[in-house]
Structures are given as C-alpha cells and as structure tokens.
Design a protein around this ligand. Structure first.
Ligand code: FAD
Ligand code: FES
Length: 285
C-alpha cells in the first residue's frame, strides 16, 4: 500500500506569518491620560499595516485582546493605545518599558484613504487608529476636518500629535467634551451635524463608541456622504473562525473592522443596537 505524505512547506505563507504570535519588547510606554497608555514596539509585519487594522495582543497569563494600531512606520516602529476597561486592558497598562507582550496580526480591513474634503470623527480611544489614517490623508486629501469627542479634559488624547500632523495642510480641528472642560461642550455628533449642514464632504471616517458611530452613520446617510467606520466586537480568534465578532452576516475581524456605507446598511438591524456577549448571547448595547 502506498501512502502519499505531503511535506509541509518550510516557508510559511503570508497568512501563517501574520497569524503567528511574536513576543515583542516594549521600547516605550507613554502615559497619555489617567486610563490610557501608548506602547511602542518593533514588528516588521506591522510596518506594512493599513490604518484601521488591528493586532491581537497577548498579555501573558491573562488574555488576548484586539487593539488597533495607533502608530505605523516604515521602519517597523509600531504603537498601540490602550484604554483600561477590564482585566486584560488593566494588566496591559501595568506594563512598562522593557516588558514583553505577544502580538498576532495585523488583521482585518483598514480605512481606504480618499481625496477631496474629508472628515475624521474620533471618540475617546477611538482616536488611536485615526492618527496613522490622518498621516496618510495629509498626502491625498484637499482638506481635513478632525473632530474629537471625549468626556472631559482628563480624557483628551494626542493634542500635540494632531497639531504636528496637520500643521502643513488645509485643516480644521474641533474638540468637544461632555462637561465643557475643554473645547465645545456637548457631544461630538452635534458638531458633526453642524459641519454637514454647512459644508460638502467627500468622505467621513469614524472610530469610537458605537452610539457615536451610529449617529454619525445616520447623519452621513442623511447628508449623502460616504462613511467608513471601525467597529468593535468581542474577538477571540481574530481571523474569521470562531464567530464571536459576528454582526449580521459580517465577521468584524475579517470583513472589518472598518466597514463602508453599504456594509453598514446591511447590518442596520444590529449596528448601534445589539452585540454578542462573551458567551455568544445577543445583548442590547
Ligand atoms: C478591532 C478592535 C480594535 C480595538 N482597538 C482598541 C484600541 O485601539 N484601544 C483600546 O483601548 N481598545 C480597543 N478595543 C477594545 C478592546 O479590545 C477591549 O476594551 C478589551 O478587549 C477589553 O478587555 P478587558 O479584559 O480589559 O475587559 P473585559 O473585562 O473583557 O470587559 C470590560 C468591559 O469592556 C467591554 N468589552 C469587552 N471586550 C470589548 C470589546 N472588544 N470592545 C468593546 N468593549 C469590550 C465589556 O463588555 C465590559 O463592559 C478594540 C476592539 C476591537 C474589536
Ligand atoms: S474573532 Fe473569531 S470570527 Fe471574528
């Protein structure tokens, strides 16, 4: 009897390579505000990442969680910006320079840069992936309007970085806080509406709390502006296998996390309304 054995290829496919866990050393850990830290490490596979893509970050002994890239450079210097909300993000934010984490990725579909008059809407830590996106947009867009909404002055992020990135281009910035402690008092979506009433935009990019993105999506639809939104769901595998990130027919890790207007229309029964919890049960947002 003949047995056909197939030797596994010694060269891993691109997918095998990005899905393989790399242990990386934290070369910088910057405290951004009372609950947010930015970690920088070197990873060759992340240097080609698109803004909006994410990595699965393993905190040894705790958990593995999805985090978007907040810094992408051509020499592999990569950053993630992490808000403490629970066990894994708290353990991650206790790491300091010299510590180690594991990363898989970059995964998913990122933002597609557009020309013309573009609007960026970031809520809280959702501003993270908007930083490398803005760095790309300054090369192709005619004008950039960056809107950032946070709860309070203490939660502000990336002020210096935004000023630097936008210094040489036609741009406008709008900062809102819910308590009025910095910028305009209220929700960022109120300012989004004001802008859309007075100016014609060619594309809106958004990342942040789902209610903020949902309202921004409804406004984009009303004013007939295409939108790209980066969604968050519970993620386990990060590669389209486990189903924990499903929303309608979409697997956010693989088809997203950035979804365009057409994809968002296809999930409007669930977007802004429901998500799966850690056990896979559908719960109200
Ligand atoms: C594609 C993607 C990119 C992300 N990028 C970032 C980022 O750049 N920076 C950042 O700080 N966070 C980001 N997140 C959210 C981050 O993954 C969660 O905050 C983290 O998994 C929570 O884990 P935990 O153990 O700290 O909290 P848990 O103890 O698991 O949960 C604490 C609270 O957070 C909620 N939560 C748990 N998982 C998520 C989730 N995936 N999204 C939203 N809420 C959640 C829970 O419902 C609970 O209320 C991203 C999520 C996704 C899916
Ligand atoms: S996280 Fe497993 S399918 Fe998306």
């Amino acid at each position: 009897m003949h047995f056909h054995t197939q030797k596994s290829s010694p060269v891993p496919s691109h997918f095998d390579a990005i899905n393989r866990m790399r242990i990386v050393k934290i070369i910088d850990a910057k405290t951004e505000n009372c609950t947010v830290k930015t970690f920088t490490f070197v990873d060759k596979l992340c240097e080609k990442a698109e803004p909006g893509q994410f990595v699965m970050v393993w905190i040894p002994g705790v958990d593995e969680i999805p985090i978007s890239l907040s810094g992408i450079t051509s020499d592999g210097l990569t950053s993630i910006t992490v808000n403490e909300v629970g066990e894994a993000s708290r353990a991650l934010n206790q790491k300091e320079k010299g510590g180690s984490i594991g990363v898989r990725g970059p995964f998913g579909n990122g933002f597609v840069p557009a020309g013309g008059n573009v609007m960026i809407v970031g809520g809280g830590t959702g501003l993270g992936p908007m930083m490398p996106l803005t760095e790309k947009l300054v090369k192709v867009a005619d004008k950039i309007t960056l809107m950032s909404g946070v709860k309070s002055l203490d939660n502000l992020l990336f002020l210096d970085r935004i000023t630097k990135i936008l210094s040489d281009v036609d741009s406008e910035t709008v900062f809102t806080t819910e308590d009025g402690s910095y910028g305009i008092e209220g929700l960022v979506t109120e300012q989004v509406e004001q802008k859309l009433m007075n100016e014609r935009f060619d594309m809106i990019y958004t990342c942040g709390p789902e209610q903020m993105m949902y309202r921004t999506f409804l406004l984009a639809e009303r004013y007939n502006v295409p939108i790209q939104a980066s969604l968050e769901r519970i993620m386990r595998c990060g590669i389209g296998l486990c189903g924990s990130c499903a929303i309608g027919k979409i697997r956010v890790c693989k088809d997203g996390p950035v979804l365009n207007s057409e994809q968002l229309r296809g999930i409007k029964e669930e977007f802004g309304k429901f998500q799966l919890d850690l056990t896979g049960k559908k719960i109200k947002l």
